[in-house]
Every structure is written in structure tokens, then in C-alpha cells.
Design a protein around this ligand. Sequence first.
Ligand SMILES: Cc1cc2nc3c(=O)[nH]c(=O)nc-3n(C[C@H](O)[C@H](O)[C@H](O)COP(=O)(O)O)c2cc1C
Length: 160
Amino acid sequence: MPPTKDEFRKAMGRFATGVTIVTTGVDGEVHGMTANAVTSVSLEPMMILLCADKGADSHDILSRAGVFAVNILSEDQEEISDRFANKETGDAHGLDGVPHRIGKTGAPILEGTLAYVDCRTVSEQDAGDHTIFIGEVVDAGFEDDGSPLLFFGGQYGRMA
Ligand SMILES: Cc1cc2nc3c(=O)[nH]c(=O)nc-3n(C[C@H](O)[C@H](O)[C@H](O)COP(=O)(O)O)c2cc1C
């Protein structure tokens, strides 16, 4: 018997991750989405991947834009994570009031994060109810200090 969806979700929830805001921009429109299904893929060439729900507003914007940046949140950025994970709040996914600059690809780079990786999408793989966006790395930056916001068992956490 395969696991139920809830069992599967709970099992994968035991995999502790960081939290990122994936940003993209196209035709003057900028957009952010909270994501933890992000991983490094290749060093030569440098590539990362992002899994985006086909039902998310971000999905089509990511596809149209052909670029995305992964902004890795620090432990004091839970509020911004909630904002970009919660569709209920008005213009939650635009970047009004969120300090940022436009990166090399045209994707927004958020301020106050631990690191960012700015990518051009080179492949979109169909994967059930998600699409895997594979991005070739155009630019990246990081802070030497700081601690990450974590996600484990459906809850935020901090390093001890
Ligand atoms: C910690 C956390 C991680 C998430 N990771 C992802 C993810 O990797 N991919 C995804 O499609 N949605 C993920 N979500 C859900 C989206 O952030 C959420 O569905 C959001 O409302 C999508 O916004 P949109 O419809 O404007 O694109 C995550 C949510 C949280 C709280």
C-alpha cells in the first residue's frame, strides 16, 4: 500500500530545509513566492532547481519570465516568508515595501538575506502537479555571517 498524501507530506516534512523567496520579473511586473523545494544541481555548469506548483500564480510568471532568483532567508525573516506564502493578503506577491534591487537577469534580489542565486531558466520538466525549473546560474552573492530560517515538520525553526 502506498502512503496516504498526509503520510507522504509528514515524512518529507522531516527533511529540514532552509526557506527562500523565489523572485522573478517580466514586463515590469515583479513577483515573489516562498519556496523550500530548491536545490543545487550542478557545478559545471552551475545549475540549481526549483519545484513550483502548477496551481501557483508564480508558475506562469516564472515560465514567461525565463529567469528567477533564489533569495535565502535569514532567521529574522519569518514575516517575509509568511507574506510570500499566503495568497489571502491583497498584493502579497508583488514587492511593494520589500527592499530589493534588480539583478543581472532582471529578477529582483531582496535585501537582508543570507545569500542569493540569480538564474536564467534552461529547462522546465513536467513532474506531476509541479514543474521543475532548472536554472543556469548567472550571478550569486552571500553574507559570511548570519543564521538561516529553517522549516521542519511544517513549522519554522532556528539553529540552536
Ligand atoms: C516554508 C514554505 C515552503 C514552500 N515551498 C514551496 C515550493 O518549493 N514550491 C511551491 O510551489 N510552493 C511552495 N510553498 C507554497 C507557496 O509559497 C504558496 O503556495 C504561495 O501562496 C504561492 O504563491 P503564488 O500563487 O502567488 O505563486 C511553500 C510554502 C512555505 C510556507
